[in-house]
Write a protein that binds this ligand. Sequence first.
Ligand code: AMP
Ligand code: MG
Length: 327
Amino acid sequence: MPVLGIESTAHTASVGIVAEGPEVLSNASDMHRPKAGGIHPREAANHHVEVLPGLVRQALDRAHLRPAEIEAVAFSQGPGLGPCLRAGATVARTLSLLWERPLVPVNHCVAHVEIARALSGLDDALLLYASGGNTQVIAHGSGRYRVLGETLDVGIGNFLDKLWIALGGSFPGGPEIEREARQGSELLPLPYSVHGMDVAFSGMLTAGLALAAKGAARPDLAYSVEVTAYGMLTEIAERALAHRGQGAVVLGGGVACNGRLREMVRAMAEARGTSSFAPPASLCVDNGAMIAWTGLLAHRAGLRIAVEDSAVLPRQRTDQVELPWRS
Ligand code: AMP
Ligand code: MG
């Protein structure tokens, strides 16, 4: 039977229903778009509380399913913004009790890995996970997903969004920067901050704002930010590939919707004699279907959680999670 999954870690509330395969039967989402500035956790959580009941109904309707046909209810337990996580967890607990179905906790980052792994058919690939709040290079090793490299400050998406909003654009900034960058041609000097397999973006944010204050053209700035930031991600993915000596690269996270990043990673992988894969955009961004799919794997491996033990874990790390379905 299919599993229903609830995602609510940050700006997006989403409910997906997924069957064996993975076959995505539905994936209903609603993104909180702040009128000004970045995400305020409490406001995003209020948004999620408002839209989640309707999204549950939409997900069931689109999948042509009744609650009795759902095997389990999965939810993003962490990492993420506390108030947002609690909104999704509360809905998941309610459905679990109401429908008398097991409750299954899912780590959000692991879910990005699992949906990309399943869709690509690449069992031992490296994941470049580039989203709003997270930027990590992840590989499977000794029973866990290991973080080989990550951002030392903000996630790349938060960096792009923050820069774009400061330049007068709107949220989310990543797709708008991508459009603007197509008109840019001059590569402006920005800090290229790679430390081993880690990256940092705050220096580029400061430098980008300084260039804008000096009158740099927005298209050139957008182009330069893309080339520099995606170059950094491609470099750490390549270093991780070189250390592992095997495997392909899969992409995940909202920033993995970006055409330039996809192309840079594809060219790098091909030059190393391997390949890359990126899921369709709807399964790259935060979505309920990836939570449902990972919940299905976990539930079939015997994982479930009692409602009284199901507190959210805003700081849960990718490598803290056991993977009974992979052992
Ligand atoms: P997520 O947290 O995984 O849902 O990803 C959200 C982030 O993805 C936001 O920071 C967006 O700006 C970013 N994003 C979405 N589409 C694109 C794109 N085409 N290029 C760059 N960033 C993007
Ligand atoms: Mg994400």
